[in-house]
Design a binder for this molecule. Structure first.
Ligand code: ITT
Length: 198
């Protein structure tokens, strides 16, 4: 089967390839395989809105295949759940992962508080070749570290310490994320739904 993922984020693609590895006949493509593809602005109000926008935009040019859109982000309790849906662009429209991480650390220093609780959220929308819409969500709870540590993963992984752990996701590495991440929770539901539909 063909799965087209509506993302330009290479870190996400790497993780989807690992998470979907058990599907032997799966061929994964992304919007990067369509040179003239232009993503639509992510102007939804929720993760689900934006996941749907991504999947629908790609589906408009790739039908009769599975199409997946994911919108995800980090909600920090002490920052009124920011950066949330703005996670990718927290430090500006073209911000790098390390600029976003620096801004997060700075915001938490400017507003001293004891509450460093946070969670990653992923909303995933899949369109099937026959046009059904499937929706999945996953979450991972944790806390924000005082400074970045570790080299694995992407985004805010260097400052996110999962519940029950003492190291960041960037220290724990891909094996831990494959078992426990917000993305892995959503993909497990997708795999179950897919198997049930076959
Ligand atoms: P696409 O829209 O092209 O998929 P994006 O990076 O803009 O790429 P999102 O709009 O969903 O994707 O924003 C997700 C951001 O949330 C991402 O850029 C990271 O900053 C953060 N994020 C999401 N999942 C993460 C993870 O597993 N580890 C670290 N940071 C993550």
């Amino acid at each position: 089967m063909e799965l087209w993922i509506a993302t330009g984020n290479k870190g996400k693609v790497t993780e989807y390839k690992i998470l979907l590895n058990e599907l032997a006949d799966l061929k994964i493509f992304t919007q990067a395989d369509l040179p003239s593809f232009t993503p639509r602005p992510e102007d939804g109000k929720t993760f689900l809105d934006n996941a749907r926008i991504k999947a629908k935009t790609l589906r408009a040019v790739k039908n009769n295949v599975y199409v997946l859109g994911e919108d995800s982000g980090l909600e920090v309790e002490g920052l009124n759940n920011l950066p949330g849906i703005h996670s990718a662009r927290y430090a500006g429209p073209k911000a790098s992962d390390s600029e976003n991480v620096s801004k997060l650390i700075k915001m938490m220093t400017l507003k001293p508080m004891n509450n460093r609780n946070a969670k990653f959220v992923a909303s995933v929308v899949v369109y099937t070749p026959t046009g059904e819409e499937w929706v999945f969500t996953g979450e991972m709870k944790g806390t924000i570290a005082h400074k970045p540590a570790g080299v694995h993963g992407f985004g805010y992984d260097p400052v996110f310490i999962p519940e029950g752990q003492t190291q960041t996701l960037a220290e724990l590495g891909a094996g831990y994320k494959t078992q426990h991440s917000h993305r892995s929770q959503a993909v497990k539901q997708f795999l179950e739904r897919l198997k049930a539909s076959m």
